[in-house]
Design a protein around this ligand. Sequence first.
Ligand code: ADP
Length: 377
Amino acid sequence: MLMTSLVRSEKQLQGAGGGASVSIRGLSKRYGNFEAVASTSVEIDSGDFFAIIGPSGSGKSTLLGMIAGYIDPTRGQIVVDGRDIVPEPIYRRNIGMVFQNYALFPHLSVAQNVAYPLKVRGKTRQEIDKRVRESLAMVRLEAFAARLPSELSGGQQQRVALARASIYQPSILLMDEPLGALDKNLRDEMQEEIKRFQQELGVTVIYVTHDQQEAAVLADRIAIMREGSMAQIGSPRALYEKPNSRFVAEFLGEASIFAIRSVLPKRAGRPQRIALEDGTQVSVRMNEEDVGQDRFACIRPERVTIGLKALDLDNVYKGVVCESLYTPGSIRYRVRLNGTGCMLKVRVLPQTDVEVFEPGSDVSLGWSVDDMTVLQE
Ligand code: ADP
């Protein structure tokens, strides 16, 4: 309650209107002959939480750097609320930044660190004091105002960085691996903090991480980058359930993926038997354009049923459990199919009545035809 009213009063004070929309149009960056970011276009709505994930070197930081203003694009526009900001220097862009290493001034107190952006903008002492108090309340650090950064934990330092990046009410917050230096429990806690913070402020967030789980927890939409291009953009659910390629399916979540060796009769859209590379026969639905092309069959581990219930499904096999792993929240198996040796990942919820299979157990397993997707490279 208190937090909400503080945010409101801050917005009223400054007349700020939440987040900006960002329209990236044909944006690219070349270093010599090397294209770090190929021509990229994406629309990000006002107040969206937009995550960018991808392997190391795929162009995530370069893209963020161009939006922030410390990397000059080779081509293209970045239109923020209708205005192209590419010609504008960093300090005119009204963009807040939070990085993995916090970048706090070590010799300044928490309050002085948070006050810094307002000081350089020439605000009055009175206004600065008031807004620093409000900002520290937002990140629950009022009691730490006089401490030095070295007297804080990693999570607290990151909250100071968050308060400092947002105190001048930027319409966009850019975050580059902001939780990268924190341990797992603190990361989870800070994810909640960042999400709450973003929703309270209504600010547009563009968030780079290598952690797909973190992106899925935080983001409204995720872009997956691959070699300087966006392989796919969509909600976490859309990317997980409808990946457009093997690359995306492997990058987001677990999957068993097999090259398709041969397709027998051509029956586009209807279930048909096909052979995987190891000879395993499966039923899938193929689109016409997939027939005759190099394609992959993909099944998510939680879509595979193990045990007697599997016998009612479209694709039913017998196999042997090779690995059985009980982890908090799930039981994971690797099962080798009899005959072909095809290895499948399986994940089940450890409900009270669930049977746990030990390595060496003979099992039945199966899945429905619509749970197996056909993907391009
Ligand atoms: P990511 O953030 O996804 O790890 P980056 O955006 O940092 O990737 O880098 C994308 C690619 O551009 C990498 O192959 C990297 O080596 C290259 N790159 C980045 N900065 C430069 C530079 N100043 N000069 C030449 N190549 C660069």
